[in-house]
Structures are given as C-alpha cells and as structure tokens.
Design a protein around this ligand. Structure first.
Ligand code: ZN
Length: 148
C-alpha cells in the first residue's frame, strides 16, 4: 500500500486514525449492516432515535480506510438531526457522487470523500456503504448490500 498517503488526504487519514463515534451501541433503536462484497467491507450502523431525532449514531466495521472515513464523517453529519434531515443529507451525499456539478454544501469531510470517489470510481461503494446502511436502518431494514 505504498500509495496510501497519496490516496488518502489528511482529512481522510484523520478519520481513519481517529474514527469518530466508533464502537457498538448497546441500546440502539435502529441498526443495520452494510455489506460491500467487492471490497470485503462489512460495517454496522447504530442509531438512537428519540422524538424523531438521531440522538446518537455509532458504527463499527471491518473495512477499508475509505469506508471507515466515510462512516466516521457520516456519524458526525447526522448526529442531532431529525430523521427526515438525516435521510436528506444521506441522499445528497450519495447523489453528489454522480453529480459532476459543484458541491452545494461542501464541507471538508464530504469534499475529501468526494475527491477520492471522483479519482477512484471503483471506491464508490466503499464511500457509499455507511450511508446506505444508515438509510436501511432509518427505513427499518437490517441490511444494505451494495452491488457492483
Ligand atoms: Zn472498501
């Protein structure tokens, strides 16, 4: 992995080394697994929902760095948001992967993930995984499997 430092910029490396909200949640209201067979990524997203607000969000995974970083960024972006807002943020994030237009609500974490997806399209499922699992959890499903 000699290219690791070129592949992952500082923001991504920081989320890999110091993943936010990493670990199991004992009393999650909702949780879903995300599976990306192409890369072998396997993660679980936990959500604590109270009065329609995501009070807490955690994840754990056996996954590559980009999945880890995207999941870490995801938990930070949706924590404290309403369920509807979290779904909207997820849809925007996932939609921005295919949108060549400018990033309307660019923040540093999302821009970093987007940069990798644009440069390495094969990593798109890795970057999408946590968000797909979040969507599944919020829809009451227990798993999201990404195809090719
Ligand atoms: Zn991956």
């Amino acid at each position: 992995m000699a290219d690791l430092n070129k592949l992952y910029d500082d923001v991504i490396m920081d989320h890999i080394k110091h993943a936010r909200n990493y670990g199991e949640m004992e009393q999650a209201s909702l949780q879903a697994d995300g599976v990306n067979p192409l890369c072998g990524d396997n993660l679980t997203v936990y959500v604590q929902v109270d009065s329609d607000v995501l009070r807490d969000t955690k994840f754990k995974c056996e996954c590559c760095g980009i999945s880890m970083a995207s999941a870490s960024i995801m938990t930070e972006m949706v924590k404290g948001k309403s369920v509807d807002d979290a779904k909207r943020i997820a849809a925007e994030f996932l939609g921005s992967f295919s949108d060549e237009g400018e990033n309307k609500h660019a923040d540093h974490g999302r821009s970093a993930v987007l940069g990798i997806v644009r440069e390495f399209p094969s990593r798109r499922n890795c970057a999408s995984l946590a968000w797909a699992a979040l969507n599944a959890a919020l829809d009451g499903k227990d798993q999201a499997v990404l195809g090719s």
